[in-house]
Design a binder for this molecule. Structure first.
Ligand code: ADP
Ligand code: ASP
Ligand code: MG
Length: 400
């Protein structure tokens, strides 16, 4: 008898037919003699719809009230799924995040899980019940509900798998695994048999939304092997683990992030300490910085630009204006940019990976604004309107 955690995303439970489809996957697993804990997301576009509803009432609603609202999406899906399983004749109970023991910090809207106390989960499993847990939510020290950030149900599933030392953690979604590029956008995208935590973490962070990056981070930390597979098509998915079969692959995939902004400070004094001042103030505000470019000093001034999430752009500009307006430097933000990246541990031992990527962009007539690299990634900043074209061109260069 194994303990299996199964997570189903919003599209997998979007309507009654899909809820019953998922219920049958769960009950099949249960009837084979396994203990099953299920994590489920809100149905279809429920979370987006709730956000729209809130905007109609108050576009500046507090994050605390937003979380109170958004947690309702998962409350609907857990109860409906439990009802479907009741109808299929298996013992089942649905639990909200706090009932399942999820404690988080107080960062409403992007809370981090501090601990999962699985006593109630264990009690229900001991009572031979299938347990359905609301993803994406927990409780902070003020006994308020929090959410974990968009796509956070993946992280809920991994946290339960870690807390219960589950034998398997399956992430069911609407595609059959992790592909070399978004299979909905890139025709020749190929399914990967497996991928390492480090590669998947970069892939997710750089835009491949199939797994939430925090879930991969947590899976690596607690050594939870993940299987990404389809709830609609029954075939083997992709395994995410510490060591993966490289299959002589130079790179694992191509991805894009269009939710970014480029912030520029032009004409700052060319003196020591300015970069430190900038980035320490941004860090204090919790703003994550990515690709950074500094110009060569000229006439006693220099320019620095960097990218951050577009949701942080206004805050970043306000902070930098506060620092640099006095000096006469000009701060601006530009959200018409996108980041296109390739990811793969294979590039460490091969030269020519960057030139292959840049060559593909050149042939597609796409201009590169900024470049950044790590051991297993190369990212370029380009005009947003060419993002899809760039992903396809780069994908074609590496995967034919
Ligand atoms: P869920 O609702 O199940 O959490 P998501 O929408 O969050 O599903 O993630 C699945 C989607 O991720 C797919 O429909 C696909 O379009 C997208 N995606 C982006 N990049 C990739 C990739 N490299 N491999 C697979 N899917 C990807
Ligand atoms: N329902 C949440 C969202 O849409 C959490 C998730 O789907 O993982 O982001
Ligand atoms: Mg998701």
């Amino acid at each position: 008898m194994a303990l299996i955690v199964q997570k189903f995303g919003g599209s997998s439970v979007a309507n009654a037919e899909r809820v019953f489809n998922v219920a049958s996957i769960i009950t099949d697993t249960y009837k084979k003699g396994n203990n099953v804990v299920v994590v489920v997301s809100a149905q279809g576009d429920t979370t987006d719809d709730l956000i729209e509803k809130a905007k109609e009432i108050n576009p500046n609603a507090s994050k605390r009230e937003m979380d109170m609202l958004l947690t309702a999406g998962e409350q609907i899906s857990i109860s409906l799924l439990a009802m479907a399983i009741e109808k299929l004749g298996c013992p089942v109970i649905s639990l909200l995040g706090w009932q399942a023991g999820f404690k988080t910090n107080s960062a409403y809207g992007s809370a981090r899980i501090s601990e999962v106390t699985p006593d109630r989960l264990q009690k229900e499993l001991d009572g031979k019940k299938i347990v359905i847990v609301a993803g994406f939510q927990g409780l902070n020290k003020y006994d308020d509900m929090t959410t974990l950030g968009r796509g956070g149900s993946d992280t809920s599933a991994v946290a339960i798998a870690a807390a219960l030392h589950a034998d398997r953690c399956q992430i069911f979604t609407d595609v059959t695994g992790v592909y070399t590029a978004d299979p909905r956008k890139v025709e020749n995208a190929q399914k990967l048999k497996d991928i390492t935590y480090d590669e998947m973490l970069e892939f997710a962070t750089l835009g491949a939304q199939v797994l939430n990056n925090r879930s991969v981070e947590m899976a690596k930390k607690y050594n939870v092997e993940l299987e990404v597979l389809s709830s609609l098509v029954r075939e083997d998915g992709t395994i995410v683990r510490e060591v993966a079969n490289m299959e002589k692959m130079l790179i694992r995939g191509v991805t894009k992030d269009t939710d970014i902004a480029r912030i520029s400070v032009v004409g700052m004094k060319d003196i020591p300490g300015n970069a430190f001042k900038m980035f320490s103030r941004l860090a204090q505000k919790g703003i994550n910085i990515d690709v950074i470019l500094q110009s060569v000093g000229r006439d006693g001034t220099k320019d620095i630009s960097f990218t951050c999430a577009s949701s942080n752009a206004d805050d970043a500009v306000a902070i930098l204006k506060d620092i640099f307006d006095m000096e006469g430097a000009v701060v601006s933000s530009d959200t018409t940019v996108a980041k296109v990246s390739i990811v793969g541990a294979g590039m460490q031992s091969h030269s020519g990976t960057a030139s292959k990527m840049f060559g593909a962009l050149y042939e597609a007539g796409i201009n590169i604004n900024m470049i950044s690299t790590s051991e297993i990634t190369i990212s370029v900043l380009i005009d947003k309107e060419y993002a899809d074209k760039a992903v396809s061109a780069v994908h074609k260069a590496f995967f034919g």
